[in-house]
Design a protein around this ligand. Sequence first.
Ligand SMILES: C[S@@+](CC[C@H](N)C(=O)[O-])C[C@H]1O[C@@H](n2cnc3c(N)ncnc32)[C@H](O)[C@@H]1O
Length: 184
Amino acid sequence: MSKDFFLFLRQTMRSPSGVGAVAPSGRALGRAMASHIDLDNGPVVEIGSGTGAITRQIMAAAIKPEQLSLFEMNPEFCTRLKLKFNGVTVHNKKAQDMSNYWQGELGAVISGLPLLNMPVPVQHEIASSVFCALKPGAPMIQFTYGPKPPLDEQVRDELGLVYTKAERIWFNLPPATVYLFRKS
Ligand SMILES: C[S@@+](CC[C@H](N)C(=O)[O-])C[C@H]1O[C@@H](n2cnc3c(N)ncnc32)[C@H](O)[C@@H]1O
């Protein structure tokens, strides 16, 4: 078992609802999410990076480190992320703060947040900030383990979002589905 796995487990035991999973995402899921990034469309932000399982696959997709920023609210995960991803900007901040940094400039946002575990007003705050920061038409890429789209219907309606169900990753524990959200 890796150091990341044990750090993840410790933080999950400390804050089960904040972390929202018992293990980091698998490589196949990270790769599938990263495959939806258009590297020529502008900077990319990952929210809820954890120990960097998805970040690693975003980097493997040949993004320049200075084009990638991470928002992770857990300080211990941030320390690990800074050590692992040289040149990537790590914000020990909530995803909700993203729109203080960009407005209509991002090419994609990749989310590892457990959004459906969060109250609807919090989902709304996060999605509002994400879609304020994204360029028109650019995607928010989000995975879920469940059968429903991973953003509450009320939030989608209020913000005018549409979604596409992309791939199902059977080789993840548990199997996960990738969704793309865009402003309609
Ligand atoms: C399910 S884990 C995913 C970690 C990693 N992306 C992966 O797939 O293995 C969710 C992460 O989101 C972080 N998180 C939860 N709420 C957040 C928020 N509002 N802003 C930023 N990070 C948050 C947690 O600390 C945790 O690291």
